[in-house]
Write a protein that binds this ligand. Sequence first.
Ligand code: BES
Ligand code: ZN
Ligand code: ZN
Length: 498
Amino acid sequence: MQLSVKKGNAAREKTEALIGVFFEGAKQPEGALKGLDTALKGKISALLKSGDAKGKPNEVSLVRTDGLISSPRLFLIGLGKKDKLQPETLRQVAGTAAKVLKKYRLGAGTILLDTFLTPKFSPEALGEGVAEGARLGAYAFERYKTVREEPKKELEKITLLTDRLNPARIERGVRIAETVTDSVYRVRDLISEPSNEVTPPKLAAVAKEIGRKTGIKVTVLEKEAIQKLGMGGLLGVSRASHEGPRFIIMEYNLSQKKRPLFVFVGKGITFDTGGISIKPANNMEQMKYDMSGAAAVLGTLEAAARLKLPFRIVGLAPTCENMPGGHAYKPGDILKALNGKTIEVKNTDAEGRLILADALSYAQRYKPNAVIDLATLTGACIIAVGNFVIAGMTNNDRLLKKVIQSGESSGERVWQLPLWEEYSELIKSDIADIKNTGDGTAGTITGAAFLKEFVDYPWVHLDIASRAWTEKDLPYIPKGATGIGVRLLLSFLRNWKA
Ligand code: BES
Ligand code: ZN
Ligand code: ZN
Protein backbone atom coordinates (compact mmCIF):
# COMPACT_ATOMS: atom_id res chain seq x y z
CA MET A 1 0.00 0.00 0.00
CA GLN A 2 1.36 3.37 -1.08
CA LEU A 3 1.20 6.53 1.03
CA SER A 4 1.37 10.04 -0.27
CA VAL A 5 1.08 13.54 1.15
CA LYS A 6 -0.82 16.22 -0.68
CA LYS A 7 -1.80 19.83 -0.17
CA GLY A 8 -5.37 20.61 -1.10
CA ASN A 9 -9.00 21.15 -0.28
CA ALA A 10 -11.09 18.32 1.17
CA ALA A 11 -14.31 19.13 -0.69
CA ARG A 12 -12.55 19.09 -4.04
CA GLU A 13 -10.51 15.92 -3.40
CA LYS A 14 -11.31 13.23 -5.96
CA THR A 15 -11.09 9.93 -4.14
CA GLU A 16 -13.22 6.90 -3.27
CA ALA A 17 -13.53 7.97 0.37
CA LEU A 18 -12.58 10.83 2.64
CA ILE A 19 -11.75 10.03 6.23
CA GLY A 20 -12.09 12.62 8.97
CA VAL A 21 -11.86 12.36 12.75
CA PHE A 22 -13.54 14.04 15.70
CA PHE A 23 -13.36 13.99 19.48
CA GLU A 24 -15.80 12.20 21.73
CA GLY A 25 -18.66 14.40 22.82
CA ALA A 26 -18.38 16.93 19.96
CA LYS A 27 -21.87 18.38 19.42
CA GLN A 28 -20.93 20.15 16.21
CA PRO A 29 -18.17 19.95 13.63
CA GLU A 30 -15.01 21.80 14.60
CA GLY A 31 -12.00 23.03 12.65
CA ALA A 32 -11.58 21.49 9.23
CA LEU A 33 -14.85 19.55 9.52
CA LYS A 34 -16.73 22.87 9.63
CA GLY A 35 -15.91 23.81 6.03
CA LEU A 36 -16.74 20.32 4.89
CA ASP A 37 -20.04 20.46 6.77
CA THR A 38 -20.99 23.63 4.90
CA ALA A 39 -20.15 21.97 1.57
CA LEU A 40 -22.24 18.98 2.69
CA LYS A 41 -25.21 21.17 3.63
CA GLY A 42 -25.06 20.28 7.30
CA LYS A 43 -24.85 16.49 7.00
CA ILE A 44 -22.05 16.29 9.59
CA SER A 45 -23.87 18.58 12.05
CA ALA A 46 -26.99 16.47 11.67
CA LEU A 47 -25.06 13.26 12.34
CA LEU A 48 -23.39 14.64 15.47
CA LYS A 49 -26.64 16.12 16.75
CA SER A 50 -28.50 12.85 16.24
CA GLY A 51 -26.15 11.19 18.73
CA ASP A 52 -25.54 8.32 16.29
CA ALA A 53 -21.86 9.24 16.09
CA LYS A 54 -20.45 9.65 19.58
CA GLY A 55 -16.75 9.84 18.81
CA LYS A 56 -15.81 6.84 20.94
CA PRO A 57 -12.32 5.53 20.07
CA ASN A 58 -12.32 3.90 16.62
CA GLU A 59 -16.10 4.16 16.14
CA VAL A 60 -16.86 4.56 12.42
CA SER A 61 -19.80 6.42 10.81
CA LEU A 62 -20.53 6.69 7.11
CA VAL A 63 -21.78 9.91 5.51
CA ARG A 64 -23.00 9.61 1.91
CA THR A 65 -22.12 12.85 0.16
CA ASP A 66 -24.78 12.77 -2.61
CA GLY A 67 -22.68 14.63 -5.16
CA LEU A 68 -22.20 17.67 -2.93
CA ILE A 69 -18.40 17.19 -2.87
CA SER A 70 -16.01 15.28 -5.12
CA SER A 71 -15.77 12.16 -2.94
CA PRO A 72 -18.83 9.88 -2.87
CA ARG A 73 -18.44 9.09 0.83
CA LEU A 74 -16.97 10.38 4.05
CA PHE A 75 -16.06 8.15 6.97
CA LEU A 76 -15.95 9.83 10.35
CA ILE A 77 -13.90 8.06 12.98
CA GLY A 78 -13.99 8.74 16.71
CA LEU A 79 -10.79 9.87 18.46
CA GLY A 80 -12.07 9.36 21.98
CA LYS A 81 -11.61 12.02 24.65
CA LYS A 82 -9.48 15.04 23.81
CA ASP A 83 -7.35 14.84 26.96
CA LYS A 84 -6.49 11.19 26.25
CA LEU A 85 -5.03 11.91 22.82
CA GLN A 86 -1.68 10.15 22.31
CA PRO A 87 0.49 8.94 19.43
CA GLU A 88 -1.24 5.58 19.94
CA THR A 89 -4.60 7.27 19.19
CA LEU A 90 -3.23 8.42 15.83
CA ARG A 91 -2.06 4.93 14.93
CA GLN A 92 -5.34 3.34 16.01
CA VAL A 93 -7.56 5.77 14.16
CA ALA A 94 -5.49 5.52 10.98
CA GLY A 95 -5.44 1.73 11.29
CA THR A 96 -9.22 1.78 11.63
CA ALA A 97 -9.40 3.95 8.50
CA ALA A 98 -7.37 1.40 6.52
CA LYS A 99 -9.55 -1.42 7.86
CA VAL A 100 -12.74 0.35 6.81
CA LEU A 101 -11.40 0.99 3.31
CA LYS A 102 -10.55 -2.72 3.05
CA LYS A 103 -13.99 -3.71 4.33
CA TYR A 104 -15.72 -1.58 1.70
CA ARG A 105 -13.30 -2.99 -0.90
CA LEU A 106 -12.10 0.44 -1.90
CA GLY A 107 -8.80 0.85 -3.71
CA ALA A 108 -7.95 4.25 -2.28
CA GLY A 109 -8.88 6.80 0.37
CA THR A 110 -7.85 10.18 1.71
CA ILE A 111 -7.26 10.93 5.38
CA LEU A 112 -7.96 14.56 6.29
CA LEU A 113 -5.05 15.54 8.53
CA ASP A 114 -6.54 18.94 9.31
CA THR A 115 -9.42 17.30 11.16
CA PHE A 116 -7.01 16.07 13.85
CA LEU A 117 -6.84 19.59 15.38
CA THR A 118 -3.75 18.67 17.31
CA PRO A 119 -1.27 21.29 18.39
CA LYS A 120 -0.05 18.45 20.64
CA PHE A 121 1.90 16.88 17.78
CA SER A 122 4.44 18.32 15.39
CA PRO A 123 3.55 17.84 11.70
CA GLU A 124 6.33 15.21 11.58
CA ALA A 125 4.82 13.26 14.49
CA LEU A 126 1.31 13.56 13.04
CA GLY A 127 2.50 12.31 9.65
CA GLU A 128 4.46 9.46 11.21
CA GLY A 129 1.68 8.29 13.54
CA VAL A 130 -1.07 8.40 10.92
CA ALA A 131 1.07 6.83 8.21
CA GLU A 132 2.29 4.08 10.53
CA GLY A 133 -1.21 3.16 11.67
CA ALA A 134 -2.65 3.25 8.15
CA ARG A 135 0.08 1.08 6.72
CA LEU A 136 -0.03 -1.44 9.58
CA GLY A 137 -3.83 -1.61 9.42
CA ALA A 138 -3.77 -2.18 5.66
CA TYR A 139 -1.60 -5.29 5.99
CA ALA A 140 -2.97 -8.59 4.69
CA PHE A 141 -1.34 -11.98 4.17
CA GLU A 142 -3.10 -13.45 1.15
CA ARG A 143 -0.37 -15.26 -0.76
CA TYR A 144 -2.03 -18.62 -0.50
CA LYS A 145 -5.57 -17.60 -1.44
CA THR A 146 -5.95 -18.73 -5.01
CA VAL A 147 -9.74 -18.88 -5.13
CA ARG A 148 -11.65 -15.69 -4.37
CA GLU A 149 -15.37 -15.41 -3.91
CA GLU A 150 -15.71 -12.12 -5.68
CA PRO A 151 -13.33 -9.92 -7.62
CA LYS A 152 -11.12 -8.53 -4.94
CA LYS A 153 -9.97 -4.98 -4.92
CA GLU A 154 -6.71 -4.30 -3.15
CA LEU A 155 -6.28 -1.23 -0.99
CA GLU A 156 -3.57 0.42 -3.04
CA LYS A 157 -3.25 3.96 -1.90
CA ILE A 158 -3.92 6.25 1.05
CA THR A 159 -3.40 9.99 0.67
CA LEU A 160 -2.77 12.27 3.64
CA LEU A 161 -4.39 15.57 2.72
CA THR A 162 -3.77 18.94 4.37
CA ASP A 163 -4.59 22.54 3.59
CA ARG A 164 -3.05 24.08 6.71
CA LEU A 165 0.04 22.12 7.66
CA ASN A 166 3.45 22.10 6.00
CA PRO A 167 3.38 19.09 3.66
CA ALA A 168 7.17 18.79 3.58
CA ARG A 169 7.22 18.33 7.35
CA ILE A 170 4.39 15.79 7.23
CA GLU A 171 6.27 13.99 4.48
CA ARG A 172 9.34 13.61 6.69
CA GLY A 173 7.32 11.67 9.27
CA VAL A 174 5.63 9.62 6.58
CA ARG A 175 8.97 8.50 5.08
CA ILE A 176 10.13 7.23 8.49
CA ALA A 177 6.84 5.38 8.99
CA GLU A 178 7.25 3.81 5.56
CA THR A 179 10.69 2.45 6.39
CA VAL A 180 9.53 1.13 9.76
CA THR A 181 6.37 -0.48 8.40
CA ASP A 182 8.23 -2.02 5.43
CA SER A 183 10.15 -4.00 8.04
CA VAL A 184 7.04 -4.82 10.08
CA TYR A 185 5.46 -6.14 6.86
CA ARG A 186 8.52 -8.28 6.25
CA VAL A 187 8.39 -9.64 9.79
CA ARG A 188 4.64 -10.37 9.64
CA ASP A 189 5.15 -12.17 6.31
CA LEU A 190 7.98 -14.29 7.71
CA ILE A 191 5.88 -15.30 10.72
CA SER A 192 2.70 -15.96 8.72
CA GLU A 193 4.51 -18.23 6.27
CA PRO A 194 4.22 -21.88 7.28
CA SER A 195 7.24 -23.76 8.57
CA ASN A 196 7.63 -25.74 5.34
CA GLU A 197 8.40 -22.42 3.70
CA VAL A 198 10.28 -20.51 6.40
CA THR A 199 12.90 -23.04 7.45
CA PRO A 200 16.14 -22.14 9.25
CA PRO A 201 18.06 -21.93 5.91
CA LYS A 202 15.30 -19.71 4.51
CA LEU A 203 15.46 -17.38 7.49
CA ALA A 204 19.23 -17.18 7.00
CA ALA A 205 18.74 -16.42 3.30
CA VAL A 206 16.38 -13.56 4.17
CA ALA A 207 18.98 -12.16 6.59
CA LYS A 208 21.54 -12.35 3.77
CA GLU A 209 19.18 -10.55 1.42
CA ILE A 210 18.69 -7.79 4.02
CA GLY A 211 22.47 -7.59 4.24
CA ARG A 212 22.86 -7.16 0.48
CA LYS A 213 20.22 -4.42 0.40
CA THR A 214 21.40 -2.43 3.42
CA GLY A 215 25.13 -3.05 3.72
CA ILE A 216 24.71 -4.85 7.06
CA LYS A 217 27.38 -7.56 7.38
CA VAL A 218 25.63 -10.91 7.64
CA THR A 219 27.38 -14.13 8.62
CA VAL A 220 25.54 -17.44 8.80
CA LEU A 221 27.05 -20.32 10.76
CA GLU A 222 26.00 -23.80 9.70
CA LYS A 223 26.10 -27.02 11.69
CA GLU A 224 29.86 -27.66 11.50
CA ALA A 225 30.74 -24.14 12.69
CA ILE A 226 28.10 -24.33 15.42
CA GLN A 227 29.62 -27.62 16.56
CA LYS A 228 33.15 -26.23 16.50
CA LEU A 229 32.17 -23.23 18.62
CA GLY A 230 30.48 -25.50 21.15
CA MET A 231 26.89 -24.29 20.96
CA GLY A 232 25.49 -27.37 22.68
CA GLY A 233 22.01 -25.92 23.14
CA LEU A 234 21.38 -25.15 19.49
CA LEU A 235 22.92 -28.47 18.47
CA GLY A 236 20.83 -30.44 20.95
CA VAL A 237 17.50 -28.88 20.02
CA SER A 238 18.09 -29.19 16.27
CA ARG A 239 19.27 -32.81 16.29
CA ALA A 240 16.13 -34.56 15.06
CA SER A 241 15.33 -32.12 12.28
CA HIS A 242 16.28 -32.63 8.66
CA GLU A 243 16.65 -28.88 8.41
CA GLY A 244 20.05 -28.03 9.81
CA PRO A 245 20.45 -25.33 12.46
CA ARG A 246 21.70 -21.87 11.54
CA PHE A 247 23.23 -19.17 13.68
CA ILE A 248 22.58 -15.81 12.05
CA ILE A 249 24.86 -12.87 12.85
CA MET A 250 24.04 -9.40 11.57
CA GLU A 251 26.48 -6.56 12.24
CA TYR A 252 25.61 -2.94 11.51
CA ASN A 253 28.14 -0.13 11.76
CA LEU A 254 30.63 -2.11 13.86
CA SER A 255 33.63 -0.06 12.71
CA GLN A 256 32.24 3.06 14.43
CA LYS A 257 34.02 2.20 17.67
CA LYS A 258 32.87 5.22 19.69
CA ARG A 259 29.18 4.55 19.20
CA PRO A 260 27.14 2.63 21.80
CA LEU A 261 26.77 -1.06 20.93
CA PHE A 262 23.48 -2.92 21.25
CA VAL A 263 22.86 -6.59 20.67
CA PHE A 264 19.38 -7.88 19.85
CA VAL A 265 18.82 -11.61 20.15
CA GLY A 266 15.76 -13.43 18.79
CA LYS A 267 14.44 -16.95 19.31
CA GLY A 268 14.16 -18.58 15.89
CA ILE A 269 12.37 -21.91 16.34
CA THR A 270 10.77 -22.23 12.90
CA PHE A 271 8.51 -24.95 14.28
CA ASP A 272 8.10 -26.15 17.85
CA THR A 273 6.54 -29.62 18.11
CA GLY A 274 7.82 -29.84 21.67
CA GLY A 275 10.21 -32.62 20.60
CA ILE A 276 10.06 -35.86 22.62
CA SER A 277 8.05 -33.95 25.26
CA ILE A 278 5.59 -33.48 22.41
CA LYS A 279 2.87 -30.87 22.43
CA PRO A 280 -0.84 -31.76 22.09
CA ALA A 281 -2.14 -31.77 18.50
CA ASN A 282 -4.65 -29.04 19.22
CA ASN A 283 -3.28 -25.68 18.03
CA MET A 284 0.16 -27.10 17.36
CA GLU A 285 0.04 -25.42 13.93
CA GLN A 286 0.40 -22.11 15.73
CA MET A 287 3.95 -23.04 16.65
CA LYS A 288 5.16 -21.71 13.29
CA TYR A 289 5.21 -18.38 15.11
CA ASP A 290 7.91 -19.58 17.48
CA MET A 291 10.43 -17.68 15.33
CA SER A 292 8.76 -14.31 15.95
CA GLY A 293 11.70 -13.08 18.03
CA ALA A 294 14.23 -13.89 15.32
CA ALA A 295 12.04 -12.30 12.64
CA ALA A 296 11.74 -9.13 14.75
CA VAL A 297 15.52 -8.96 15.08
CA LEU A 298 15.97 -9.24 11.30
CA GLY A 299 13.36 -6.55 10.72
CA THR A 300 14.78 -4.21 13.35
CA LEU A 301 18.28 -4.42 11.90
CA GLU A 302 16.90 -3.76 8.43
CA ALA A 303 14.96 -0.66 9.48
CA ALA A 304 17.76 0.65 11.72
CA ALA A 305 20.19 0.50 8.80
CA ARG A 306 17.76 2.15 6.40
CA LEU A 307 17.13 4.90 8.96
CA LYS A 308 20.91 5.22 9.39
CA LEU A 309 20.64 5.18 13.19
CA PRO A 310 23.92 6.28 14.80
CA PHE A 311 24.71 3.12 16.77
CA ARG A 312 26.57 -0.13 16.45
CA ILE A 313 23.94 -2.85 16.35
CA VAL A 314 24.31 -6.61 16.30
CA GLY A 315 21.45 -8.99 15.58
CA LEU A 316 21.79 -12.63 16.64
CA ALA A 317 19.25 -15.26 15.65
CA PRO A 318 19.78 -18.90 16.57
CA THR A 319 17.34 -20.86 14.43
CA CYS A 320 16.26 -24.49 14.09
CA GLU A 321 13.25 -26.79 14.31
CA ASN A 322 12.29 -28.63 17.49
CA MET A 323 11.32 -32.13 16.32
CA PRO A 324 10.87 -35.60 17.80
CA GLY A 325 12.60 -38.52 16.05
CA GLY A 326 15.28 -41.16 16.29
CA HIS A 327 18.00 -38.59 16.63
CA ALA A 328 16.12 -36.30 18.95
CA TYR A 329 17.57 -34.99 22.19
CA LYS A 330 15.76 -36.47 25.17
CA PRO A 331 14.67 -35.62 28.69
CA GLY A 332 17.60 -36.36 30.97
CA ASP A 333 20.21 -35.44 28.36
CA ILE A 334 22.87 -33.03 29.48
CA LEU A 335 23.95 -30.27 27.11
CA LYS A 336 26.90 -27.91 27.41
CA ALA A 337 26.27 -24.33 26.33
CA LEU A 338 28.79 -22.04 24.65
CA ASN A 339 29.81 -20.48 27.98
CA GLY A 340 30.64 -23.91 29.40
CA LYS A 341 27.61 -24.29 31.70
CA THR A 342 25.97 -27.71 31.75
CA ILE A 343 22.21 -28.06 31.39
CA GLU A 344 20.03 -30.98 32.35
CA VAL A 345 17.13 -31.29 29.93
CA LYS A 346 13.98 -31.89 31.93
CA ASN A 347 11.59 -31.11 29.12
CA THR A 348 12.46 -30.89 25.44
CA ASP A 349 9.64 -28.39 24.96
CA ALA A 350 11.58 -25.80 26.94
CA GLU A 351 13.88 -25.49 23.92
CA GLY A 352 13.90 -21.73 23.34
CA ARG A 353 16.06 -21.07 26.39
CA LEU A 354 18.55 -23.71 25.21
CA ILE A 355 19.25 -22.02 21.88
CA LEU A 356 19.18 -18.56 23.51
CA ALA A 357 21.75 -19.73 26.07
CA ASP A 358 24.27 -20.07 23.24
CA ALA A 359 23.28 -16.81 21.58
CA LEU A 360 23.44 -14.82 24.83
CA SER A 361 26.85 -16.34 25.57
CA TYR A 362 27.97 -15.38 22.07
CA ALA A 363 26.83 -11.78 22.67
CA GLN A 364 29.48 -11.37 25.39
CA ARG A 365 32.26 -11.07 22.78
CA TYR A 366 30.90 -7.69 21.66
CA LYS A 367 31.20 -6.12 25.12
CA PRO A 368 27.77 -4.64 24.56
CA ASN A 369 26.27 -1.57 26.28
CA ALA A 370 22.99 -3.45 26.36
CA VAL A 371 21.47 -6.70 25.14
CA ILE A 372 17.77 -7.25 24.56
CA ASP A 373 16.39 -10.66 23.69
CA LEU A 374 12.95 -11.33 22.26
CA ALA A 375 11.41 -14.76 22.51
CA THR A 376 8.08 -16.55 22.38
CA LEU A 377 9.46 -18.35 25.39
CA THR A 378 6.60 -19.49 27.58
CA GLY A 379 2.90 -20.30 27.37
CA ALA A 380 2.82 -19.17 30.99
CA CYS A 381 3.39 -15.61 29.76
CA ILE A 382 -0.07 -15.58 28.19
CA ILE A 383 -1.55 -16.87 31.44
CA ALA A 384 0.29 -14.22 33.45
CA VAL A 385 -0.40 -11.08 31.42
CA GLY A 386 -2.96 -11.95 28.74
CA ASN A 387 -2.55 -10.70 25.20
CA PHE A 388 -2.12 -7.00 25.90
CA VAL A 389 1.49 -6.62 26.92
CA ILE A 390 4.99 -8.04 26.64
CA ALA A 391 6.55 -9.39 29.85
CA GLY A 392 9.96 -7.84 30.57
CA MET A 393 12.60 -9.07 32.99
CA THR A 394 16.09 -7.72 33.62
CA ASN A 395 19.33 -7.66 35.57
CA ASN A 396 19.37 -3.86 35.15
CA ASP A 397 16.26 -1.89 36.13
CA ARG A 398 17.51 1.30 34.48
CA LEU A 399 17.73 -0.41 31.13
CA LEU A 400 14.31 -2.01 31.45
CA LYS A 401 12.85 1.41 32.35
CA LYS A 402 14.06 2.71 29.00
CA VAL A 403 12.50 -0.25 27.24
CA ILE A 404 9.22 0.30 29.10
CA GLN A 405 9.23 3.97 28.05
CA SER A 406 9.81 2.95 24.45
CA GLY A 407 6.86 0.63 24.86
CA GLU A 408 4.68 3.56 25.89
CA SER A 409 5.70 5.67 22.90
CA SER A 410 5.53 2.88 20.32
CA GLY A 411 2.35 1.26 21.63
CA GLU A 412 4.22 -2.06 22.08
CA ARG A 413 3.88 -2.00 25.83
CA VAL A 414 6.08 -3.88 28.30
CA TRP A 415 5.32 -4.83 31.91
CA GLN A 416 8.00 -5.86 34.38
CA LEU A 417 8.01 -9.17 36.22
CA PRO A 418 10.48 -9.68 39.09
CA LEU A 419 13.68 -11.64 38.61
CA TRP A 420 14.89 -12.08 42.18
CA GLU A 421 17.56 -14.58 43.23
CA GLU A 422 14.88 -16.82 44.74
CA TYR A 423 13.71 -17.77 41.28
CA SER A 424 17.19 -19.02 40.32
CA GLU A 425 16.90 -21.64 43.08
CA LEU A 426 14.09 -23.25 41.09
CA ILE A 427 16.30 -24.15 38.13
CA LYS A 428 19.18 -25.74 40.07
CA SER A 429 19.88 -29.27 38.90
CA ASP A 430 20.98 -32.26 41.00
CA ILE A 431 23.24 -33.52 38.26
CA ALA A 432 24.26 -30.49 36.14
CA ASP A 433 24.71 -26.74 36.71
CA ILE A 434 21.10 -25.95 35.88
CA LYS A 435 17.99 -27.59 34.44
CA ASN A 436 15.73 -26.21 31.74
CA THR A 437 12.47 -26.11 33.73
CA GLY A 438 11.43 -24.95 37.17
CA ASP A 439 8.83 -26.51 39.43
CA GLY A 440 5.83 -25.41 37.38
CA THR A 441 5.33 -22.12 39.22
CA ALA A 442 6.25 -18.74 37.69
CA GLY A 443 7.04 -20.31 34.31
CA THR A 444 7.83 -17.02 32.60
CA ILE A 445 10.19 -15.93 35.34
CA THR A 446 12.03 -19.24 35.62
CA GLY A 447 12.57 -19.00 31.86
CA ALA A 448 14.24 -15.64 32.41
CA ALA A 449 16.17 -16.94 35.44
CA PHE A 450 17.56 -19.63 33.16
CA LEU A 451 18.69 -17.07 30.56
CA LYS A 452 20.29 -14.95 33.28
CA GLU A 453 22.89 -17.69 33.70
CA PHE A 454 24.33 -16.75 30.31
CA VAL A 455 24.60 -12.96 30.53
CA ASP A 456 27.26 -10.71 32.05
CA TYR A 457 26.12 -7.34 30.69
CA PRO A 458 23.07 -5.08 31.07
CA TRP A 459 20.26 -7.20 29.72
CA VAL A 460 16.51 -7.26 29.19
CA HIS A 461 14.54 -10.37 28.34
CA LEU A 462 11.23 -9.82 26.58
CA ASP A 463 8.80 -12.73 26.55
CA ILE A 464 6.66 -11.94 23.51
CA ALA A 465 4.60 -15.16 23.57
CA SER A 466 1.71 -12.98 24.74
CA ARG A 467 1.88 -10.52 21.85
CA ALA A 468 3.43 -12.22 18.82
CA TRP A 469 0.10 -13.51 17.51
CA THR A 470 -3.42 -12.13 17.78
CA GLU A 471 -6.64 -14.10 17.45
CA LYS A 472 -8.60 -10.86 17.17
CA ASP A 473 -8.43 -7.98 14.73
CA LEU A 474 -6.96 -4.97 16.53
CA PRO A 475 -7.17 -1.38 15.23
CA TYR A 476 -3.86 -1.56 13.37
CA ILE A 477 -2.99 -5.23 13.73
CA PRO A 478 -5.06 -7.56 11.58
CA LYS A 479 -5.63 -11.05 13.03
CA GLY A 480 -2.47 -13.17 12.85
CA ALA A 481 1.20 -12.27 13.14
CA THR A 482 1.64 -8.91 14.87
CA GLY A 483 5.28 -8.22 14.02
CA ILE A 484 5.71 -7.13 17.64
CA GLY A 485 9.16 -5.99 18.73
CA VAL A 486 10.33 -4.09 15.67
CA ARG A 487 8.68 -0.79 16.56
CA LEU A 488 9.57 -1.25 20.23
CA LEU A 489 13.28 -1.72 19.53
CA LEU A 490 13.39 1.07 16.97
CA SER A 491 11.77 3.42 19.41
CA PHE A 492 14.25 2.26 22.08
CA LEU A 493 17.11 3.17 19.73
CA ARG A 494 15.62 6.46 18.61
CA ASN A 495 15.00 7.48 22.25
CA TRP A 496 18.42 6.36 23.49
CA LYS A 497 20.29 8.72 25.75
CA ALA A 498 23.13 7.26 27.80
N1 BES B 1 7.22 -21.96 22.19
C1 BES B 1 6.76 -22.39 23.45
C2 BES B 1 6.04 -21.28 24.22
C3 BES B 1 4.74 -20.79 23.64
C4 BES B 1 3.55 -21.43 23.93
C5 BES B 1 4.72 -19.67 22.85
C6 BES B 1 2.36 -20.96 23.41
C7 BES B 1 3.53 -19.19 22.34
C8 BES B 1 2.35 -19.84 22.64
C9 BES B 1 7.92 -22.84 24.32
O1 BES B 1 8.97 -23.42 23.66
C10 BES B 1 7.37 -23.85 25.28
O2 BES B 1 6.83 -24.82 24.86
N2 BES B 1 7.54 -23.60 26.58
C11 BES B 1 7.06 -24.48 27.57
C12 BES B 1 8.01 -24.40 28.72
C13 BES B 1 7.76 -25.42 29.79
C14 BES B 1 7.99 -26.83 29.26
C15 BES B 1 8.70 -25.16 30.95
C16 BES B 1 5.66 -24.03 28.00
O3 BES B 1 5.38 -22.81 27.99
O4 BES B 1 4.84 -24.88 28.28
ZN1 ZN C 1 8.69 -25.50 23.30
ZN1 ZN D 1 9.20 -22.78 21.67
